[in-house]
Design a protein around this ligand. Structure first.
Ligand code: IMP
Length: 209
């Protein structure tokens, strides 16, 4: 069996491949690099769940292969939940991770420590011929006053996890998976996805017999 990871973001892909690989056995994980015909996907949903579903639906329609996708947003309490669905382009169209980090630090310059709380949310979606499912993972933390750490990507250098006393960028990929929104969403979807894939396997076996 094959599953395509439907993302063009290589940083997310690295974390998704590593985590899914440890949960699946006998499944070949493909990426969009295997399907150059799949171009940029317009994510115009109003929620993370809608955007995650847009990605799996489009990639499933184009490839006919079961798909998994991830949509992630950062919600800062002092900014009334911004940047939310605009997390990727907080500093404007075509901005870099660094631009986003600088803008967020600047926008929060006057916010005192107790009010710097924030959440990272990920929705993972799965689609095949018969089934669609989604699951959410949330990481609670706070926005630090300055960047720290060299691992990860995006807002990782300023997203501080109190429990670990580290930013995500101070964690290697294995440690980040324990605390992160993405790691939690992946573990959550596995509760329904693994039994579903087992059912699909059994049905395919019967059809072949
Ligand atoms: P997307 O819309 O799911 O591709 O992600 C939106 C943006 O969120 C990305 O462009 C990154 O800036 C940021 N992002 C997503 N996941 C992470 C993460 O695990 N750590 C830090 N930033 C992230």
């Amino acid at each position: 069996m094959e599953i395509v990871i439907a993302t063009h973001n290589n940083d997310k892909l690295k974390e998704l491949l590593k985590a899914f690989d440890s949960h699946f056995s006998g499944i070949d994980l493909l990426t969009l690099n295997d399907f150059p015909e799949v171009g940029e996907i317009i994510e115009d949903g109003k929620t993370l769940e809608q955007n995650a579903l847009i990605k799996v639906r489009e990639v499933f329609n184009l490839t006919g292969i079961p798909c998994l996708s991830d949509d992630t947003g950062l919600e800062v309490d002092a900014l009334n939940g911004a940047p939310g669905v605009y997390t990727a382009r907080y500093a404007g169209e075509g901005c870099s991770y660094y631009d986003n980090v600088c803008k967020l630090l600047e926008d929060m310059q006057t916010i005192p420590a107790p009010n710097r709380t924030a959440k990272f949310k990920t929705v993972i979606a799965y689609k095949d011929e018969t089934t669609e499912m989604t699951a959410e993972g949330i990481a609670e933390g706070s926005i630090s006053r300055a960047s720290s750490g060299d691992f990860g990507f995006g807002y990782d250098p300023i997203f501080f996890i109190p429990e670990a006393r580290k930013t995500f960028a101070e964690m290697n990929i294995d440690e980040k998976e324990i605390y992160s929104h993405r790691g939690k969403a992946i573990r959550a979807i596995m509760n329904t996805l693994i039994p579903h894939l087992e059912q699909v396997r059994q049905m395919t076996k019967k059809e072949k017999a």
